[in-house]
Design a binder for this molecule. Structure first.
Ligand code: ATP
Ligand code: MEV
Ligand code: MG
Length: 415
């Protein structure tokens, strides 16, 4: 594929079933198409280097062929032969090239990148990968899955695993992206269910379930109903990997207590899918009730946070709707489903209180919409300098949206 190449993937909210999804219970996630991650692949000025530039997390790094020489063909083909887990030899071989990275964000982003790159592009050098997100990072809106999807699509196109044409993405191409972004998620947080990368790949919404053997299946919900919802980012940092591992530890220590909670979450997600499939004024309050119950079960699993309870308590006190954490919890984001007939001024008062008294950030956004997509070199050759500049300065979300947001910005995205 000729360079430069742009790829993008949306963030997501989990409506019902986070954490229980890891234990093979059904879950529902919807893409947030206006909060996205963007990847720009260009030729590197250093032809012997594989270059990363992740300005959102203050990380840029170069690896040279020599540093990766220990990763031989046999190690890569062993990794490629794995179905649902990482190749142990490749994981071990990457310890050296990653050993200098002490920052957790940097380490996990680089591990995900290098693992996928070596499997999909070998030790090809002279390329540079730059990533920018308008989605908050590490906040429960699927930023790790979004970057993994951007990388899977970009590397797939770069190396010809996905046809190097300018055509819409085939089902095979989407399956490739979903599979390899799932591998990327495993690098970033150990034991993902696969729901985040599925919804970032396909967009719209998914009713998802993982099987005992690690396979995943999902039904796409194409006409996901728009619901009056506020997303609130507590800006409290947390790590999905740590939270998911904490729940696994609880389930291992207290199976008779934890398993009924997970099972109830699964029933709740199934019930929620039924309601969403025929959502109207007669069953909307049933959905609010499921949001309230799901949050209570997540509190029981130990993945809420006092900062999230501030949002839940305020929405309860003001009686404007039901709040649940979304994503792995422990901080990050919550969603508040608004009661019908809530006066707009009450919604503004709710948002203002969170922003002014707690310095939270609120988003009012539609759900569903475009999944992963790309812009081939021919579609942005004349605006390349502007795009490169956008990726290399402290661009605001508005500046990125103005030029890059699919169906809104100035570029012709293929999907
Ligand atoms: N724009 C970005 N630039 C570089 N790294 C990123 C970017 N976005 C996400 N990441 C990587 O993803 C990691 C965050 O993943 P994590 O799973 O903890 O949070 P999340 O995906 O936002 O939340 P959740 O998994 O609950 O939806 C970061 O540590 C970083 O390694
Ligand atoms: C917490 C979790 O259920 C969702 C994170 O967005 C983890 C996963 O399913 O991979
Ligand atoms: Mg994640």
């Amino acid at each position: 594929m000729s360079l430069p190449l742009l790829t993008s993937a949306p963030g997501k909210v989990i409506i019902f079933g986070e954490h229980s999804a890891v234990f093979n219970e059904p879950a529902i996630a919807a893409s947030v198409s206006s909060l996205r991650t963007y990847l720009l692949i260009t030729d590197s000025s250093d032809k012997d280097a594989i270059e990363l530039d992740f300005p959102d997390i203050g990380f840029d790094h170069k690896w040279y062929g020599g540093e990766l020489a220990s990763v031989g063909e046999a190690i890569i083909s062993a990794a490629l032969s794995k179905k649902n887990e990482l190749g142990e030899e490749l994981v071990k071989a990457l310890e050296g090239p990653l050993s200098k990275l002490k920052d957790n964000l940097h380490y996990h982003a680089a591990f995900c990148f290098l693992y996928m790159y070596l499997c999909l592009c070998g030790t090809r050098t002279g390329v540079k990968f730059t990533v920018k997100s308008t989605s908050p990072i590490g906040a429960g809106l699927g930023s790790s899955a979004s970057i993994a999807v951007c990388l899977a699509l970009g590397m797939g196109k770069l190396q010809g695993h996905i046809p190097e044409d300018n055509k819409p993405l085939s089902e095979e191409a989407l399956e490739f992206v979903n599979k390899w972004s799932f591998i990327g998620e495993k690098c970033m947080h150990g034991t993902p269910s696969g729901i985040d990368n599925a919804v970032a790949t396909y967009g719209s919404a998914v009713l998802f379930q993982r099987s005992e053997n690690g396979d995943t299946k999902f039904e796409r919900i194409l006409d996901f109903p728009q619901m009056p919802m506020i997303l609130t980012d507590t800006r409290i940092p947390r790590s999905t990997k740590v939270l998911v591992s904490g729940v696994r530890d609880f389930v291992t220590r207290q199976p008779s207590v934890a398993q009924p909670i997970l099972t109830s979450m699964g029933h709740l997600a199934t019930k929620g899918a039924e309601i969403i499939s025929k959502l109207d004024d007669t069953n909307y309050d049933d959905l609010l009730e499921l949001v309230r119950v799901n949050h209570g079960l997540l509190v029981a699993l130990g993945v809420s946070h006092p900062g999230l309870e501030v949002i839940r308590s305020l929405s309860d006190t003001m009686g404007i709707g039901a709040t649940k954490l979304t994503g792995a919890g422990g901080g990050g984001c919550a969603l508040t489903l608004i009661n019908k007939k809530t006066p707009p001024e009450e919604i503004e008062k709710f948002k203002r209180s969170l922003e002014e008294n707690h310095k939270y950030r609120t988003f009012v956004t539609g759900l569903g919409g475009l999944g992963c997509c790309y812009v081939p070199a021919t579609n942005f050759a004349e605006s390349l300098d502007n795009v490169i500049n956008l990726f290399h300065k402290d661009s605001t979300r508005e500046e990125l949206d103005a030029m890059l947001l699919p169906k809104n910005g100035g570029l012709e995205w293929v999907y």
